[in-house]
Design a protein around this ligand. Sequence first.
Ligand code: ADQ
Length: 449
Amino acid sequence: MGRLVVVSNRVPAARDRQQPAGGLAVALRDALSEGQCLWFGWSGQQIPEEDKAEREVSIDKVDNVTYATIDLTHSEFDGFYQKYSNGILWPLCHYRAGLMSYTRADREVYLDVNQLFAEKLLPLLQPGDLIWIHDYHLFPLGQALRDLGVTSPIGFFLHIPFPPWSLMKALPGAERLMRNMHAYDVIGLQTEDDARNMNDGFSVCGVEARAQVFPIGIDPESFAEQARDGLEHAEVLRLQESLRGKPFIIGVDRLDYSKGLPERFKGYEAFLKRYPEHKGKVVYLQITPVSRGQVEEYRLLKEELDEAAGRINGMYGDFDWTPIRYLTKPVPRELLAGFYRLADAALVTPLRDGMNLVAKEYVAAQDGKDPGVLILSHFAGAAPEMEDALLVNPHDADEIADALHKALTMAQSERCDRWNRLQPDVWRVTAGSWARDFIGMLAAKVKRA
Ligand code: ADQ
């Protein structure tokens, strides 16, 4: 098999290259462990406009993986990453066209940065490479590489949802984006709905349907181990002590409007109102580190959540009880795994999510003899694989309230039954199997003439 070339907007930072710390690096760990590999993308650094012409690809080799990164100028970062990728494509793909703020100028920067990626990657490519491009930042990259004469197999995986064509076409230039996807030999999406939506779009735009489903997973063995070991950490023990045997609910999400956090807080408030027997007893820990803090929508969301948490705590709390423990700092994975294990229920209620790995991590972290209950939104990509969770409509606060009450009063036998039905798929569809399946499909593509 040829050399694997991974391209993504962000490449793991130097400090995370020995030991992957999360995200794509964990998902690709097995795939990157064999043969020679190249990982290309943005360095995370911004440079002044005047340094643009002299910028070079920086190369760092760690074992068998070569990390090749380029810097972006401030205006490239702004137009390509903040505005077009996260201010236009992200909301649109999460069915929130109303939040999208399109300008033609940002689209130009997005296309220019994709062109820059293609030009800087080209000299690093070798015959026989398998090129795997990730996510919405880089939709046009495949075509840009083809235009430069690249003939290797190129695959594309979209980590986020793909909306129905009737919505997607709100994006100016959507037809061109779809036609350029013709450059890819393999296109992977998370769910049947996403693949169907993309293929419908292809059929409207006269492109052969080629979107396929490759659901992503986690590394359940190592996560389960981290969760077991987590119970030894001083911080996890401190949390356990502070609970004093009270029922414990956890929520873990990046601060993002797709994750349904204000709606979740409303659901929790409805739960306290309608099931007052839990007042003074239940503990809900929501861990929500700030992400994309420079984008206006995210700043507003943070204000909304800060306000809601303060209001709920002020209104329902008591001198010896805080209804919501709300953290906006990230928590290291090994502690997170221990926290999940302690939790009697997890609230995973996105309004829309490509997959949602937290749902799978929570299941992996449970003790099968006394597991907690997963409350999961119908609109997470994980939902079709996890029907034994308590599935809820995140827009319905009362439904979240009922699910919380049901979870906290559920008999141990039912909790075990549900977990026993959820667990096999979490162990079967893993990060490793996802990458293997995708790369296998890509390797099967004959070299283009
Ligand atoms: P994300 O939107 O980032 O990913 P998700 O799938 O939930 O969402 O993955 C988040 C990861 O970050 C999880 O491993 C989680 O443990 C970790 N994480 C979240 N909050 C954290 C916190 N407070 N502290 C520490 N770690 C935290 C995108 C798509 C998803 C898709 C993934 C993978 O939006 O739908 O599942 O890519 O394809």
